[in-house]
Design a protein around this ligand. Structure first.
Ligand SMILES: [Zn+2]
Length: 679
């Protein structure tokens, strides 16, 4: 019988070398790990999440030499930068282990001594060593004579070392991985490991001379002339991090923690170090008679604008400045939603900002802001009790239950992107539910108020559920939403799964925009008619519908941004629904229109967009006086790239339609709040 009623879940990240400050590539891994940790806590498990730094490598010694400092000082400085990721990326690791910690040092020596004596032996060796990888390569591993990871020539090393008898474990390892006793996700990595094993495993060196190690590293027990191979030492952190040594892993009670959390449930690693985790590490544990980790999730690499991240390319993205600029949740959201977990993924600022605006600002931010504003407007500060239901409610609740199943399924295999994609179908269903139930119409007649109450209740319940579901990925937003709804911010799904958990009467907070939109800076030369512009031009003089088609010959295209008429086909081609929904069409209200100096067809129009005020240049001047425009509700294309027009930044386009002398503004036929999206 265990003392802990909850099921335990122990997970780790790889521990990076500290020869440089953290870049966004490690940010990806640790955010993935944090999402897994938070997800398991959400599901009611007793989670231990370990990360740390690998400090005993030659790489660190070389970096210290280059900087004219000592390895110890370099490690202190850079390790603390890795520890600062905790707040920059909102990480929930339970411990941060440094491999220079005395308890780790004695833990490595303990593991060495626990290995079967016949598995460790001395041998004269000559090999090709890449310091960057801290690994020996054979000729056949190299690509054009260079390290496959670093594209640098390995150095020839010749000395007497201790070796580990890996060859003795070949069959056992093959069986363990084949049978998923150690489950490797994704399958393609499992197959890679299996074929490597089947090629034949060779014994590997687990020490180096003190001289070659430059006297930095963990001493081999009973042999002053050798220090441990850095991977033997680094892998052992997964044990010492939960108190394997039992002698001063403060503040943890060593033995108790080890019994509570070992064996490890999940190692999260990058594809470059799979051999160490899927082959060397289990073999070491088998030799020492310690039970084996249960699974390994292998992620791909991150590129920046399609290029491998490297200092020499100058494209290293600093996770600290990214999180400072955009916030922690948007960075986490991008890494988890836009980087495919099994393959290489790309970071691009353009895609980042686009995703932020469409998913976070428009979909999630709007759902919260619209909902809170409508409840406030119609019912005051408290959530009303639901009244009669209809099929729109059933549909929404059905989507919710399906999404829960999909999220469970996706997270079984660490498909963070699919989990978020699924949750966003619920977010979008919430926005669609508003369109279908038309609360602004319900609000007009008192006898429909009970139905309006149901709609408001279901919207708030949707948001409460969304907040729980997103909490592993974007925890700050989850808390903000639950607070705004007057709900508990303790993120536990157990007991919260059924529909109808928010209490009627729940006090709602004042709506505050959750994700203010990012306005992209205007690009030089963007005034040439581009693809986006001609699409917008079609919408401009056609009807706003699924397929924009019109046979009108005289098109007043692009009235709002300049008076030039771009070339558009007489009959517009079909637009797909995907192309259409890329356009952010938003209801706004003209605050004022001022004639633009030096442009007799243009006004500078100030538009109230609900959560913000936009200024845009519009070619309405030949058709309307400034007074006629003031107070008019209009439809604005809100996500057009802002452009400089005669020194003024124009942030969007007002839609209008007309022929000859006549021009009409597109509008909405009832009092839709400013900032509401057209769909
Ligand atoms: Zn290398």
């Amino acid at each position: 019988m265990t003392h802990h009623a909850k099921e335990k879940f122990y997970l780790t990240t790889a521990i990076p070398f500290v020869n440089a400050a953290p870049h966004i590539g490690f940010g990806l891994e640790i955010v993935q790990a944090d999402a897994v940790a938070r997800y398991n806590r959400l599901m009611g498990k007793d989670v231990f999440f370990l990360t740390g730094t690998d400090e005993n490598s030659l790489k660190n010694v070389q970096a210290a030499e280059r900087e004219g400092t000592t390895p110890a000082l370099l490690c202190d400085r850079n390790s603390s930068k890795f520890q600062e990721l905790r707040s920059a990326l909102n990480l929930s690791n339970d411990r941060f282990i440094r491999t220079t910690h005395p308890a780790h040092v004695s833990g490595c020596q303990k593991l060495w001594r626990m290995c079967r004596p016949e598995d460790i032996y001395r041998k004269e060796y000559r090999g090709l060593y890449c310091v960057g990888c801290e690994t020996f390569y054979t000729e056949k591993d190299l690509v054009d004579g260079l390290c496959p990871e670093h594209r640098t020539p390995p150095e020839v090393v010749e000395e007497e070392n201790y070796f580990f008898r890996l060859s003795a474990y070949q069959e056992r390892l093959e069986e363990l991985i084949e049978s998923d006793t150690i489950k490797i996700v994704p399958k393609v990595r499992k197959n890679e490991v299996l074929s490597f094993i089947r090629m034949g495993l060779e014994d590997f060196s687990i020490s180096r001379s003190v001289r070659r190690a430059k006297n930095w590293g963990i001493p081999v027990p009973d042999d002053d002339s050798q220090v441990m191979y850095v991977w033997f030492d680094a892998l052992t952190n997964y044990l010492t991090g939960i108190g394997f040594t039992g002698d001063g892993c403060e503040p943890f009670d060593g033995e108790a923690l080890e019994q509570r959390y070992w064996p490890c449930d999940l190692h999260i690693i990058g594809k470059g170090i799979i051999r160490f985790h899927a082959i060397y590490w289990p073999a070491m544990l088998l030799s020492a008679g310690i039970s084996l980790p249960k699974s390994i999730f292998v992620h791909g690499y991150l590129t920046v604008n399609g290029e491998k991240i490297s200092k020499s390319l100058g494209n290293v993205i600093d996770p600290f400045s990214l999180s400072e600029k955009y916030g922690r949740d948007p960075v986490r959201y991008y890494l988890l939603r836009m980087i495919p977990p099994y393959a290489d993924g790309d970071f691009s600022t353009e895609v980042f900002e686009k995703t932020y605006n469409s998913d976070l600002a428009n979909d999630l931010g709007n759902l919260l802001n619209r909902t809170l504003a409508m409840v406030k407007q119609n019912f005051g500060d408290n959530l009303p009790k639901p009244g009669p239901a209809d099929e729109n409610d059933t549909e929404l609740i059905g989507i919710y239950h399906r999404v829960v199943e999909e999220v469970f399924e996706a997270m079984e295999e660490y498909r963070f992107n699919l989990a978020l994609e699924s949750i966003w179908t619920l977010v979008r269903a919430g926005n669609k539910y508003i369109d279908l139930t038309e609360p602004w119409k319900l609000a007009k007649s008192p006898e429909l108020k009970p139905r309006l109450a149901t709609v408001m209740y279901n919207l708030c319940e949707t948001l409460g559920k969304v907040a729980l579901l997103i909490s592993p990925y974007i925890p700050d937003s989850a808390i903000a939403i639950r607070k705004a709804l007057g709900m508990s911010t303790e993120m536990v799904f157990t007991g919260e799964r059924e529909w109808g958990k928010i209490d009627a009467g729940s006090p709602l907070a004042r709506p505050e925009p959750l994700f203010p939109r990012i306005d992209a800076p205007a690009k030089k030369g963007s005034s040439a008619p581009g693809e986006k512009k001609s699409k917008a031009a079609r919408v401009n003089s056609g009807s706003v519908g699924e397929s924009v088609q019109s046979s009108k010959k005289d098109r007043k295209a692009e009235v709002s941004q300049n008076s030039a008429v771009p070339e558009v086909p007489v009959i517009a081609e079909h637009a797909t629904i995907d192309e259409f929904i890329k356009l952010d069409l938003t209801v706004g209200q003209i605050v004022e229109a001022q004639p633009m100096e030096g442009a007799d067809k243009l006004y500078l129009v100030t538009v109230d967009m609900g959560t913000e005020t936009r200024v845009l240049a519009s070619g309405l001047r030949p058709y309307f006086t400034a007074d006629e425009l003031q107070g008019r509700k209009v439809i604005v294309v809100a996500n057009l790239k802002p452009r400089k027009i005669r020194g003024h930044l124009s942030q969007g386009m007002i839609l209008a339609s007309g022929e000859g002398e006549q021009l009409a503004l597109l509008s909405v036929d009832s009092a839709i709040p400013n900032g509401t999206r057209v769909s």
